[in-house]
Design a protein around this ligand. Structure first.
Ligand SMILES: Cc1cc2nc3c(=O)[nH]c(=O)nc-3n(C[C@H](O)[C@H](O)[C@H](O)COP(=O)(O)OP(=O)(O)OC[C@H]3O[C@@H](n4cnc5c(N)ncnc54)[C@H](O)[C@@H]3O)c2cc1C
Length: 445
């Protein structure tokens, strides 16, 4: 790592925190990563679809082959209604391959985080600590210190909050902003910035019966929709159920809620041979979670900045939450790299300017991604007659699918790439990736 005095403290070792560790390592910027769980890489959580925007980063940092070995390429999505009637196929992933030269892939959270962890050098591993639950953050004019529940503390130049939807870092940013006499109202984030309209039961189970790795299937209908992605060993389903009333409160669910959920929807079909109940009975893991949605207004305060689910939360219907978090990291580390290579000890104003530029580069794309995911969930759960009509008669048209993917293509091709790394292994499709100017890495002192 760098010998510069600039040091980043990453709070959270999920997929986005580990992406940040990789990007900072490539930029030659020192960091320490703190994760509250007992291990940084754990076998837990739903599988994730990684879209071309996320794959671009993996390609740039030379991880595509390793990633491909632990993930499965996705093809056509087959759709059914609650009674198993065919609703026609959706070719979004097929168009991704044609347009961007690369198919979206499904991976377990465990395999993704393992790939990101293993890619780091031993010197970086020495700076990554599990069992470190951050409790508070204090700042001075020249540093930020995070304090953990075990009494340890870590001081750095900035703090990156990659600690998920219920972010402690975001809460601390708010507390510090409220304490400051010069804060204006629009600099203070809401205490509960996300709205929950849906909950999701996800189930990971062995790939079995009529499922093949790479299969993608959806079940649509009033009140509940399901997405299924089959991997080599395990498949995952995410079920989306509308709540009676949207809420900003944090919801927690127990085993009784999970059982009641299965009682309501266990008979829904997943494929010609499998039902939800079959998947649940053979589950490797399952979890009932609330699906918060929203974009936090201010992503930074003084020396603290947010990335990933700490800054924005999407419903998983478009498989975009984690992908957008990875792209946040790219945009942020590009800004940090410029700051560190131009100044030995950047002033607070320079850091604030970098954080502002980062948010400006990402905000509109993230708001639009969040709205798109929300509409996709409303469409699949037939929220009203209009959404049902769109699902049955508009989205099912292959010409509409092709049009939508080609409309989105220029924005995907222009996804920010790391400016200090040559574009590596990326395959090209009909719409070439927009290259970033390659800048020098952070200057080492
Ligand atoms: C059912 C389901 C399916 C999904 N499918 C997809 C998909 O297909 N594609 C996609 O792009 N996204 C998907 N998502 C969204 C994706 O899971 C998130 O966007 C992603 O996990 C966000 O990563 P993150 O690192 O920002 O946060 P998290 O994954 O929440 O990780 C945060 C980490 O911070 C740690 N932490 C929290 N608090 C502290 C603290 N105080 N101190 C230290 N450490 C702390 C946590 O232990 C955790 O390891 C899905 C989500 C769900 C629920």
């Amino acid at each position: 790592m760098s010998t510069s005095n600039f040091k980043v403290i990453i709070v959270g070792g999920g997929p986005v925190g580990l992406t940040a560790a990789n990007a900072l390592s490539h930029a030659g910027i020192n960091f320490v990563l703190l994760e509250s769980r007992p291990n940084i890489v754990i076998d837990a959580g739903s599988n994730l679809v990684i879209l071309p925007m996320g794959l671009r980063l993996l390609g740039q940092i030379g991880l595509l082959d390793t990633f491909n070995a632990v993930s499965s390429a996705l093809g056509q999505i087959q759709r059914f209604d609650h009674n198993g009637r065919d609703l026609g196929e959706v070719n979004f992933f097929v168009h991704h391959k044609e347009i961007h030269g690369i198919a979206s892939r499904v991976v377990s959270r465990h395999a993704l985080t393992q790939v990101l962890y293993d890619a780091l050098p031993a010197s970086a591993h020495a700076e990554m600590h599990a069992n470190k639950k951050v409790r508070t953050i204090t700042t001075t004019p020249s540093s930020a210190t995070v304090h953990c529940t075990d009494g340890t503390s870590y001081t750095g130049t900035i703090v990156i909050g990659a600690d998920g939807a219920h972010s402690l870092v975001r809460a601390q940013m708010r507390a510090l902003a409220l304490q400051s006499p010069s804060t204006s109202l629009d600099q203070i984030n809401e205490d509960h910035p996300f709205l929950t309209t849906y909950r999701s039961l996800w189930i990971r189970f062995p790939t079995q019966a009529d499922l093949q790795p790479g299969d993608a299937k959806e079940t649509h209908g009033v009140g509940c929709a399901i997405q299924l992605f089959a991997g080599e060993e395990t498949s995952v389903i995410g079920m989306y159920e509308r709540l009676d009333e949207p809420t900003k409160d944090r919801l927690r669910f127990g085993p009784a809620d999970e059982e009641a959920f299965i009682k309501r929807w266990g008979n829904l079909p997943l494929s010609r041979q499998l039902t939800v109940q079959d998947a649940y009975d053979s589950r490797v893991q399952a979890g009932l979670v609330s699906l918060e949605e929203g974009v936090v207004r201010n992503w930074s305060w003084e020396r603290i900045v947010l990335v990933g689910d700490a800054a924005h939360k999407f419903t998983p219907s478009t498989g975009a939450g984690c992908n957008n978090g990875m792209v946040d990291v790219v945009a942020l580390v590009n800004e940090l790299s410029r700051v560190v290579s131009s100044q030995e000890a950047p002033e607070m104003d320079t850091i604030a300017g970098a954080f502002k530029a980062y948010q400006e580069k990402r905000f509109a794309a993230v708001v639009s991604g969040c709205e798109g995911a929300s509409k996709a969930t409303a469409t699949a759960t037939w929220k009203n007659k209009v959404f049902k009509f769109v699902d049955l008669h508009v989205i099912s048209s292959h010409r509409v699918q092709k049009y939508l993917m080609h409309q989105a293509a220029p924005k995907v091709a222009a996804t920010p790439a790391l400016e200090f790394v040559e574009d590596g292994q990326m395959p090209e499709g009909k719409v070439p990736w927009v290259q970033s100017a390659v800048l020098p890495r952070a200057v080492k002192a």
